[in-house]
Every structure is written in C-alpha cells, then in structure tokens.
Design a protein around this ligand. Sequence first.
Ligand code: ADP
Ligand code: MG
Ligand code: MG
Length: 211
Amino acid sequence: MKTINISQLIKWLEKAALVMQENKDYLTKLDSDIGDADHGFNMERGFNKVREKLDELSNSKDIASLFKNTGMTLISSIGGASGPLYGTLFLQASMVLKDKTELNLIDLKNCLENGVNGVKLRGKASVGDKTMIDVLDPAIQSLSDSLNANLSINEALENLVKVAEKGMTSTTDLIAKKGRASYLGERSIGHQDAGATSSYLIFKSLKEAIN
Ligand code: ADP
Ligand code: MG
Ligand code: MG
C-alpha cells in the first residue's frame, strides 16, 4: 500500500476510541502510580467525543479538516495536560495537509513531524523527560528511515509500532522532568509513563486500522 485514504483514517479514529475505552483502567493505573489517576478517563472521554463527530465528517474529502476537528475536539473535551498536547499534535499535523485527500509516506512523516514539533513547543519536553515525547519523537525518525528504505505504508507502520513500543517501555527507568510525575523526582523511576503508553496505543490503532 502506497497511500492512506480518509475512510481509513476515520476507521483509525474509531479504533483509537475503542482502544482507549479498553485501556481506560490500564492508563489510569499507570497515571495513579506517578500522577493523579485520570489519564484513562481523559483519553476515553476525548476520543469518544472525536468518535461522536465522525459521522458529520465522513463526507469530508479533506484530511486537514478531519485532523483539525479532531484536535479541537481533544482540546475542548480533555481536562488534563494531555488534551492541549494531543490537540496540538492533530492541529499542527493538519497544517501541512491542506487539500490532501490521501496520505503517502512523505505526507505521513511531514504531518507527524509538524505535529510533534507543536507538542514540543507547547510542552517544552524533550526525549528522556518521561513523557509522550519519548514515543512521538522516535516515531518521526522511524518514518524517515522507512522512507529512505522505500518501504510500503504497512511496513513503515509495522516498524513505527515497534519503535513506539520501545519508546514507551524506555520511560520506566527514567526520572520524570515534565508534568505531574516530575513532582516525584527520583520516585518516578520504575513506572511507565501514561502518556507515552497512550501514544503507543494511538500508533498501534493506526497500524491495525489500515490493515
Ligand atoms: P494531567 O497530568 O493533567 O492529569 P493526563 O494525566 O491526561 O494529564 O496526562 C499526563 C501525561 O501527559 C503524562 O503521562 C505525559 O506523558 C504527558 N505530559 C505531561 N506534561 C507534558 C509535557 N510538558 N510535554 C509532553 N507531555 C507531557
Ligand atoms: Mg493525570
Ligand atoms: Mg489531571
């Protein structure tokens, strides 16, 4: 497969909503260890609102408006830090997709890169700070590598999910430098970051939805 179309992306967002529902308790458990125990609730609520709006958007041919709408919905429906951050990810991704009706691997890499740069600007986190950035940032490099290797979208997403999983598990041994977990300092060591986990689930949902 060389491109992803809008109905596959809609399937992805539906899948992500389902996956957040299934992982609500898991994400909340992770956030209860080093945060305030609401990440599962936040993600389920946000993506459920996104899913509710998909019917209206299913006639839209333009991926930029799908992502823009998703970003705005996440910002307005998630109370925690993750709302503005995931919202920014989708909003900034939409900025480089004007008039696109399908995405090739270059588009995918470009929109992820712009989205993640937005999250970094907003949250000021870098790789190693024990946040969602530990999954989101290496995902860009993974897509770059797949582009250079001339891989199909399926192969690229297969690799991306592996890289995302590695990023997610890498957060366990880190000291949190951003977000609520940073208040715990060294006591945050030994716990996997909740937001890195939801980012991994979002990529995994994409891989599964387009297969
Ligand atoms: P809150 O911390 O406000 O309760 P959530 O629990 O929904 O919000 O989200 C927490 C997650 O958000 C963390 O696990 C972390 O991955 C991510 N996060 C927090 N602050 C930042 C930041 N400044 N930059 C990037 N990600 C962050
Ligand atoms: Mg929380
Ligand atoms: Mg909170």
